[in-house]
Design a protein around this ligand. Structure first.
Ligand SMILES: [Zn+2]
Length: 195
């Protein structure tokens, strides 16, 4: 799924009003599997690498492919979760780490059924096995069109759930932007294509 949907889903399931450390950890955990992708994007802009080359070549080559693999390793987050669970018995701040690991695992679980050619090595470093789903979250050749519509619906529903939970103006401003980001592109294309 798209990063913003991962963040909204983790936030809807795991955040709580009035617990900022836990909530920041949830958002960080939802973002971290996609961190390598954003780093590659920013670096390619600075290095003036053509976009086409970035996503058809560099993304699939080391060191970027390795960074993506590490960031999407389920055993890594299970390990962090176990360490955090043990440590939280003595160290209060380790509780935030539990939520970080849970949010990252939720990201991996929800990516699992929607990747085809770009499926991750879910069990790295133990195995290179990848589940190639019949559904891609983006590729129209693999039902990406249908899934995109579902993702817009899910994203808006999650935004509304969070809107009710958090009264802070800046949170609601971000949620409003998220809804605009979901609805903007489809409305734009609807208005600019001739049927
Ligand atoms: Zn992802």
């Amino acid at each position: 799924m798209n990063t913003q949907t991962h963040v909204l889903l983790a936030a809807a399931i795991l955040t709580r009003q009035g617990e900022p450390a836990r909530n920041v950890a949830v958002i960080a955990g939802a973002l971290v599997p996609d961190l390598a992708i954003y780093t590659l994007f920013v670096w390619s802009k600075i290095a003036a690498v053509p976009e086409q080359r970035v996503w058809s070549e560099l993304y699939f080559q080391p060191p970027w492919s390795e960074a993506v693999t590490v960031g999407n390793s389920a055993p890594l987050y299970v390990l962090i979760l176990l360490v955090a669970l043990l440590a939280s018995r003595w160290l209060r701040p380790a509780t935030a780490l539990i939520f970080f690991a849970l949010a990252a695992l939720l990201h991996l679980v929800t990516d699992f059924p929607v990747h085809v050619d770009d499926a991750h090595a879910h069990l790295w470093p133990f195995s290179d096995w990848r589940f190639r789903s019949p559904v891609s979250y983006w590729n129209p050749d693999h039902n990406g069109g249908v899934f995109s519509v579902l993702e817009v619906g899910l994203g808006i529903a999650l935004s509304l759930i969070l809107w009710r939970r958090f009264q802070a103006k800046w949170v609601r401003a971000l949620l409003f932007l998220a809804i605009v980001a979901y609805l903007g592109p489809p409305i734009y294309f609807e208005m600019h294509t001739n049927h």
